[in-house]
Design a protein around this ligand. Structure first.
Ligand code: 3HC
Ligand code: NAI
Length: 703
């Protein structure tokens, strides 16, 4: 594509309009910076032009650098566009709509004025990609709004709404409509103002903030320490903003560049960039094209007001969707509504939700008892007990009452979606919509395709998920679907490690050091040991070769269900969620291992980590091989959003690629010899190893 097509320059009276036109989001791909430079030069050279506007065509201003271009070792341009914009002899106004993010906001900060349309969002989200604003953002933003606020924006990476951005001083004006027309009038108004403000020359806010709070950078480093462990980007972002307060502008830019280059090559940034694209790729279901119609869902019904149903109803209400919540009895309904209210109240008490907003959300949820009251809803999600007979009874009723064209969705964790669908005369309208607990917080949504689910049903469920703030990933129907099935070997292996000589606190520490927010045993105590027990029992009944976990079973049988009973893998003080290692558990582990005749060993951290994660990598390969998951990166997204896998490690399969498919195969094959069939390498794993193919390129066999 030629530069001309990516950037247009036209005149409206005395105002030159520079329009970036690089769909879909005007990323700064090769050709865009060059096009802007040429336009600025043309504007400055044209005596008829008094001021210029930089704007974006389509849905957005500029969403930042082209993320695909990072890590390619491209040479640095001789002149940075932001500097050229700032040095322009004639004033330039950034006219912003949609998003001005990263490099996009940095270009706007190079301009002399910034105006925006209502609804615009601006921000420097580079930290989420393991980077820092490398186009002068860490030097200009502190000069414009003060280092304290700049530090908060840059280290959070958050998208700031236009009104707030105006209050902060990032934007000069916010318009209700007609961005370009309004910006032209604005530009005409300032065209003759001299001198106009160049951010690089400002220093008053730097001095004021540093006087008021000289320790802000150390305080920030302390504040983020836990969240930022194993990562460089948060610290480099702080260091770059700090440089704006200690170095002259040009020196600060150099320091920013050094810190940026260090991040660009980092493993952490590579992983985070991979995750950015993997998340978007997950929205694409291979055989479902854009031609498949998507049903608009404007009203929702949820059946079952328990833990999950309540959370799902909240998710819908949080995103402005009216929900009808149906229960089997008035009593259960009242209980469910009271729990929802309590959950919202906790958010209000914590300060994360305004009281009036809570009322608006709560009012969107209407409790009902009668199926006739949900019949006209566009979609229904069933979240009743995990029992096939109960589910089938509910689906038969839904089939009898719901309007034609409604989506009939089940939140089952592991039951057969096809069997549930068979209770209806419209199995094509049925699919799984598997939320994760707590459903109003966790963003993961597994969209399970039944054998008869229509493409329209799947595409519409994916779109519905996105509309209520979830990250939907489609997959096939099997026991446990993809996320929980790929996680199951990890859950077994962590208990088997205890048999061999580990303690829960040792395993948890390894996983926390790896980057998980909590260790898997502490998570087990939070979820409840009764949940795992029920699933194991069901599987053991169905499969005589099922690997039993006697230590976990014993704790359950002793009534140690986790936090809710004050004891599980750990013990808990009353009213406190801190897990304390429990000698009683250590004793049970020792006794059980002796009864089983298992030899006790010591483990290195790496052995523990690999035993847990590689068991799941092998199963993930099997899932792909069976065509239940469409691609390895979908499994990564499930681990990131469903299980708290550290995002800066990319996901399970991306992590396995750091070891390499050959070495993973060799390790698993060795454990197969040592431990038997549960470590049998999957055929796909062997193929990947033999062909030297990375895990992230693993795909199901062509049909
Ligand atoms: N580079 C390359 N592609 C990008 C992109 C970028 N910066 N931003 C978005 N895209 C692509 C997406 O991959 C997607 O492609 P697809 O249709 O092929 O899947 C398409 O644009 C649309 O994106 P979304 O599906 O995410 O659209 P939404 O409307 O949901 O969101 C958005 C829009 C908020 C702009 C979101 O895309 C986003 O957050 N983009 C990234 C913003 C960002 O991180 N910018 C900073 C980049 S780093 C930088 O600028 C460094 C500099 O300081 C030197
Ligand atoms: P729960 O026991 O908290 O809630 C179930 C609710 O369904 C109860 O309020 C019950 O009164 C109601 N109910 C039962 N039969 C009904 C009927 N015939 N009509 C209307 N309402 C009825 O259970 P939970 O945990 O919310 O689970 C619900 C579903 O979600 C199950 O299928 C479960 O496997 C699945 N799930 C659970 C997760 C979890 O972590 N709890 C995670 C993901 C899925």
């Amino acid at each position: 594509m030629s530069e001309k097509e990516l950037v247009r320059f036209e005149k409206r009276g005395a105002i030159g309009i520079i329009t970036v036109d690089n769909p879909p989001v005007n990323a700064l791909s090769p050709g865009v910076p060059e096009g802007i430079l040429a336009a600025v030069e043309a504007g400055n050279a044209d005596p008829a032009i008094k001021a210029m506007i930089l704007t974006g065509a389509g849905r957005s201003f500029i969403a930042g650098a082209d993320i695909r271009e990072f890590g390619k070792g491209k040479p640095r341009p001789a002149r940075k566009t932001q500097d050229v914009l700032e040095e322009s002899e004639k004033p330039i106004v950034a006219a912003i709509h949609g998003f001005a993010l990263g490099g996009g906001l940095e270009y706007a900060l190079g301009c002399h004025y910034r105006v925006a349309l209502k609804g615009t969002k601006v921000g420097l989200p580079e930290i989420a990609l393991g980077l820092l604003p490398g186009g002068g953002g860490t030097q200009r933003l502190p000069r414009l709004i003060g280092p304290k606020k700049a530090l908060d924006l840059i280290t959070s990476g958050r998208h700031v709404p236009a009104e707030e951005a105006k209050q902060l001083g990032i934007l000069d004006e916010v318009f209700d409509a007609d961005l370009v027309g309004s910006a032209v009038r604005f530009a005409e108004g300032i065209a003759d103002t001299r001198p106009f403000r160049r951010i690089c020359e400002l220093s008053d806010k730097l001095e004021a903030d540093m006087k008021a709070e000289p320790g802000m950078f150390d305080a920030k480093r302390k504040e983020i320490a836990r969240r930022a462990r194993n990562q460089k980007a948060p610290y480099n972002n702080i260091a770059a903003v700090e440089a704006s307060t200690t170095l002259p502008f040009a020196e600060g830019l150099k320091r920013e560049r050094e810190l940026f280059e260090e991040l660009e090559k980092s493993e952490e940034s590579r992983a985070l960039r991979y995750a950015f694209f993997a998340e978007r790729e997950a929205m694409r279901v291979p055989d479902i094209g854009k031609d498949v119609p998507v049903k608009k869902v404007e009203t929702m019904a949820v059946v079952g007001a328990g833990t999950m149903g309540g959370g799902i109803a909240m998710s819908c209400a949080d995103f402005g969707m009216p929900v009808r919540l149906l229960e089997a009895s008035q009593e259960a309904l009242d209980r469910g509504m009271a729990r929802i209210r309590k959950n919202y109240e906790v958010s209000v008490q914590r300060g994360s939700l305004a009281a009036d907003e809570m009322e608006r959300r709560f009012a969107r949820i209407t409790p009902v008892i009668d199926y006739d009251d949900i019949a006209d809803c566009d979609a229904v999600i069933e979240a009743v007990f995990e029992q096939m007979d109960v589910k089938k009874e509910v689906f038969a009723k839904l089939d009898a009452t719901m309007k034609d064209g409604a989506l009939l969705l089940t939140n089952t964790s592991a039951l057969d979606v096809d069997e549930i669908a068979s209770a209806t005369k419209r199995p094509e309208a049925v699919a799984g919509a598997h939320f994760f607990s707590p459903a109003n917080v966790m963003k993961m949504l597994e969209v399970v395709r039944g054998e008869k689910s229509s493409k329209e049903t799947v595409a519409s469920t994916m779109a519905l998920g996105k509309a209520i703030g979830k990250v939907p990933v489609a997959c096939g129907n099997c026991d446990g679907f993809v996320a929980n099935r790929s996680r199951a070997p990890f859950n077994s292996e962590m208990v088997i490690l205890l048999e061999e000589g580990c303690l829960p606190e040792q395993v948890d520490k390894v996983m926390i050091d790896f980057g998980y927010p909590m260790g898997p045993f502490a998570v087990g105590d939070l979820a409840g040991l009764d949940i795992g027990y029920a699933g194991r029992k069901r599987r053991a009944d169905a499969n005589p070769n099922y690997r039993k976990l006697p230590i976990a079973d014993k704790l359950y049988e002793m009534g140690r269900y986790g936090q809710k009973t004050g004891a599980g893998w750990y013990r808990y003080e009353k009213g406190d969620r801190t897990p304390h290692p429990d000698p009683e558990v250590a004793k049970i582990i020792k006794e059980t291992a002796a009864e089983m005749g298992v030899e006790q060993k010591t483990f290195t951290d790496q052995e523990i980590l690999r035993r847990l994660l590689l068991s799941s990598v092998n199963e993930a390969c099997r899932i792909i091989e069976e065509g239940i998951a469409y691609r390895a990166s979908d499994i990564d997204i499930m681990w990131l959003y469903g299980f708290g896998f550290p995002r800066y490690r990319g996901g399970l399969m991306f992590w396995a690629d750091q070891i390499g498919s050959r070495d993973v195969y060799n390790q698993i094959a060795a454990w197969h010899q040592q431990y038997g069939d549960r470590w049998k390498p999957s055929a796909l794993l062997r193929q990947l190893a033999e062909s030297g193919t990375p895990f992230r390129e693993a795909k199901p066999p062509a049909k």
